[in-house]
Design a protein around this ligand. Sequence first.
Ligand code: 26M
Length: 824
Amino acid sequence: AWKKYSAKEFTTPDEFEQAVVKHIETTLARSLFNCDEAAAYSGTALAFRDRLVIEWNRTQQQQTLADQKRVYYLSLEFLMGRALDNAMLNVGMKDVARKGLSELGFRMEDIVSQERDAALGNGGLGRLAACFLDSLATLNYPAWGYALRYKYGIFRQEIIDGYQVEVPDYWLDFNPWEFPRHDVTVDVQFYGNVRKYMDESGKQVSVWENGEIVTAVAYDAPVPGYGTRTTNNLRLWSSKASHGEFDFTKFNSGEYEASVADQQRAETISAVLYPNDSLERGKELRLKQQYFWCAASLYDIVRRFKKSKKAWKDFPNQVAIQLNDTHPTLAIPELQRILIDQEGLEWDEAWSIVQSTFGYTNHTVLPEALEKWSVPLIQHLLPRHLQIIYDINLNFLQYVERNFPKERDMLSRVSIIEESNPKMVRMAYLALIGSHKVNGVAELHSDLIKTTIFKDFVKIYGPDKFTNVTNGITPRRWLHQANPRLSELIASKLGSYDYLRDLTLLHKIEAYVDDKEFRKAFQDIKYANKARLAAYTLEVQGIKVNPKALFDIQVKRIHEYKRQQLNIFGVIHRYLELKAMSPKDRNKVQPRVSFFGGKAAPGYWMAKTVIHLINQVSKVINADKEIGDLLKVVFLEDYNVSKAEIIIPASDISEHISTAGTEASGTSNMKFVLNGGLVIGTCDGANIEITREVGEDNIFLFGNLSEDVEDLRHQHFYGDFKLDPMLQKVFDTIKSGMFGDAGQFSALVNSIVEHGDYYLVSDDFKSYIDTQKLIDEAYKDQEAWLTKTITSVSRMGFFSSDRCIDEYAEMIWNVEPLTPPKQN
Ligand code: 26M
């Protein structure tokens, strides 16, 4: 019999060093004589990986035997960032590794920063999925993530002459965290035709045939939980030609190029993450990605279920599938297809299984961001699915007609098919109709989806189909890892790190809000974090900033609705005011650094213009000797997860200033406050719940409310549009050429002056400027400011993604945790 393998686990720095050396010399076949930081990183990662893998295998085995319901989180994006620091925290041997590395002559920070980010996502939606995986494992839920193994993640951003330039992010050179499973493959079909026939019993059968086959290969990555042995699985699918390297028939008959071309076409499917936050319209390759991933994942899930030999009606008791936005909506017709075409179930029975299995999370109400696919494209690529979508729609519309006979015009409004030219499939409607629950991601947002985009559906299904799960963030990465000193300070007062598993315990630090020593330590940590960002800014941007200045930060994807333009116009306004002051008055001004960071979608010209303007303004202001440290403007290049871990702990104030009603939740707002920064924000998304938790005195809210937005927009078009006079001055300055050729910014200015100011920049400008003044005043009273920040941190317990995941588990998935056995 086989002996159970037991990894010789390191427990001392010495043993750790041995493990590192072993991996460098044998796994990597490198000599120790030229052991650089890259090699030290690799050895360290592999040493920790060994320990993760044991618990990973154990967890998977336990979950298989336990035979209870599992969660499958389908997301086209997982913005994981770096894995080593997280692995060290969860394995619990970071200090041992630190000592060991130091004996080998390395600093932990330098080794950790050798790792490339796993940047398989665009922004908030992808990072949310990563936080959810962390919480699912930490709370011992049996759960898998499913996604694509993109060869290229989100592009790297370089700023050249003030313009964004996109550079490919090839991240797989050395990735110790993934395990290829060449034995776990799924053949996925595209194109072809549907043949219908009667079987012996007289039943109509549809066969989808003559398609093109692409093979999905599984790559697995371990997802360890904190303070638990549970290690879940993230499965990424990679595409390759179904016949392997080359089509040998073609190859042997001399068609070398055709053979290679087939192979490349197949590999293109998982080649690159779309960088567009969904604006990528109608691209066949994107639809192929979506189906490829849905089909492979469902095949895998169904295969696992079938091993249990249970009846199909038990499927929803074993499987909960969560759709992260509409990107995986094809999983709905795909499961229906498997059940009726391959497993021989009747339509109604199959459909009830489908509906009980899926839940759908909506992440935006912006109409331009709602996915639609043209009927001809789906017909061409997925002919059988189009038939099924039409049948789903027919059944649904018949149901609506029966129940609302008097509302004929509702039918065209709620139809899955939009009767345009060409016809379009409305993916959000299909996702909603095929799921048992639909949730928004913050209270306001969940209310808005019920009164706007899904209004008719509330009438049809009743309000209980709709629910709210306010987003959350993992305190492991966003407090403990990003801000180790603050985490340690909190632990020293609470007596342990238990609060990292139950963030509501943070409320106990409110008792120290008047404790002199605690306050001093808290303030010192904030200063050190600001000094760290200042050093980083000098090193990579070449801009010297004073850590004593007020650090004002806005980092997120660049979008008109997020209103970075409002921020930079405010900066220009501030500059004009400073220039107009006497030197004596200037001396009383609160110095400030305005940091920006974020990527623009490559084809989003307005967003790119905003980046350009920020950089031009930065150049002019930073060079102004008269202004000096009173105002500095910094655009931080290539904002990503690992940079966020440096940037976020360094804020005094961060900006979350979307037009009310447009930002579904926001999650960086939570990260900033948890790290002892305050927020300037609109009454939008999770800002509203942050206000409820921390108290109105501890946040700077401004601007028009969501319920007034429609009227204001109407007035812009049908009343006369009056530009805010301060904003007018800002525009005059831009037009004067102070920031370079004004023509470059005319589209941006005109979107406000000429084209109706859709995002209400002018309407909110005065309120924004006034609130920034309040902030300057408030910051002068450092003691009062400190009280606000400490109080806020202590009240952030609600925003842990652990709370969030427990809500999904209870209200949507109906799954229970599976506790790992005590260590043997
Ligand atoms: C794209 C181009 C132009 C204008 C808008 C978009 C766009 C907007 C929203 C595309 C996709 C959008 O939604 C998807 C998304 O990423 N939503 C984000 O999800 C996060 C996690 O729930 C939330 O915190 C963010 O508020 C929400 O914007």
